[in-house]
Each structure stands twice: as structure tokens, then as C-alpha cells.
Design a protein around this ligand. Structure first.
Ligand SMILES: [Zn+2]
Ligand SMILES: [Zn+2]
Length: 210
């Protein structure tokens, strides 16, 4: 099977969205077995979870150009675990004007606090700023949603190859960063172009003059 070169091929993929979307990996899951084990005292754990290159769940045009390592450091005990999640995914998305691939090197770093014996204290969840507190009853924690939410926070509102990008010619589609196409600068709005083809009204007969 021919494997396409990563960058250009991936950006053409359109991730199906909504209920039909299947993530390239089911989850980003971290095991808590080490912390659930009986005994007292603090423990640590470091995990590296790998996301494969390909579509992202954020939106159809945004892909991972390369596989990305998501590093999770855990520290805590039987009651409470502090998690730090870190990743530098290489994302790619078309320029909003010229549609050329734009690489977005995003730095993700965030913390969560997991309460293994019940819900976090109500006052704490409010007061601890950006750190998410959650009660965990399972032996694994899924960080898929929080990871992608934190990636989304790092993305620019509008993706442009350069601020000065001249975009595509609306008439012929030429990338105006690369070539001058010579189309009229003031071209007709393509939605109205059809009007130009309508027959013009016949010349009015000259008003008879006396
Ligand atoms: Zn551009
Ligand atoms: Zn043109």
C-alpha cells in the first residue's frame, strides 16, 4: 500500500464530524492502578500517549501533520492525583485566503487534579483558577476531551500563511502570492456575473421631435 507523504495528503482529508466521527484512537487514557493500590505515601507516574497523524476532532480542516506525543505526569496518593499534560503537536490547516497548508506549532500545557475518593470539595473547584478538578471513580482517566479543549485554546482565530497573503483571484483562482493573472482588478462579484449575460434592453426608439 502506498503511504501518502504526510503534510499535503493530510490536509485534504476531511474529518467527518458529528455523531459519525470516529477518532483515530478511541481515547487518551491514563491508568490509575498505581494510585489505587493499597498502601500509603506518594507515588509518581509518567506516561507518553501517542496520537497518530490524521484528522482531529476539532474541525474538518485541522489535522495532525505528524504523530504527537502527549506526556502525562502524575503525582499523588490514594486520595488525590495531580496531573500535568504536555504536548507540542504539529498541526496543519489551510490558509483562510489562499488555501496553502499552514503549520501550527502549538504548545499545550495544563494541569488537572483528580479526586479518587469522591467529588472534589466544592469551594476548591471554584478557587483554583485554570486547574480542572474532577472526581474519578474509575481505574482509568480519559483526558481526550480536556486535551483537545486545551489545543483549541491555543489555536489562532484565523489561520493565515502570512498577514500579507493576497489570496486567490476570485475570477481565475490563481494564487496571487505566486503569480499575477492579469484579471481586471475590479471584477464583477461572481454571484452577480450571470446578470452580465442577460440581454440588454433594446434601445428606446427615438422620441419623435416636431
Ligand atoms: Zn495564504
Ligand atoms: Zn485571475
Amino acid at each position: 500500500m502506498q503511504i501518502p507523504p504526510p503534510h499535503r495528503a493530510l490536509v485534504r482529508l476531511t474529518a467527518p464530524r458529528g455523531p459519525g466521527y470516529t477518532a483515530p484512537v478511541a481515547t487518551l487514557r491514563v491508568s490509575l492502578d498505581r494510585f489505587r493500590r493499597p498502601g500509603s505515601g506518594p507515588r509518581q507516574q509518567s506516561d507518553v500517549l501517542t496520537l497518530p497523524a490524521g484528522p482531529t476532532p476539532l474541525h474538518a480542516d485541522l489535522s495532525l501533520a505528524l504523530a504527537a506525543d502527549v506526556r502525562v505526569r502524575l503525582e499523588g496518593d490514594q486520595h488525590r492525583v495531580q496531573a500535568e499534560v504536555r504536548a507540542d503537536p504539529d498541526l496543519v490547516q489551510p490558509c483562510a485566503r489562499c488555501l496553502e497548508d499552514v503549520h501550527l506549532n502549538v504548545h499545550v500545557l495544563y494541569q488537572e487534579e483528580w479526586w479518587l475518593t469522591g467529588d472534589p470539595p466544592a469551594d476548591l473547584a471554584e478557587s483554583d483558577g485554570p486547574v480542572l478538578h474532577r472526581g474519578v471513580t474509575d481505574s482509568v482517566v480519559d483526558i481526550w476531551d480536556s486535551f483537545w479543549q486545551n489545543v483549541a485554546l491555543e489555536l489562532p482565530a484565523k489561520v493565515l500563511c502570512t498577514e500579507a497573503c493576497r489570496g486567490l483571484c476570485p475570477v481565475c483562482g490563481t494564487n496571487r502570492n505566486r503569480a499575477e493573472c492579469g484579471c481586471a482588478a475590479e471584477s464583477i462579484d461572481p454571484r452577480l456575473a450571470v446578470l452580465a449575460q442577460w440581454p440588454r434592453p433594446k434601445d428606446q426608439p427615438p422620441t419623435p421631435s416636431r
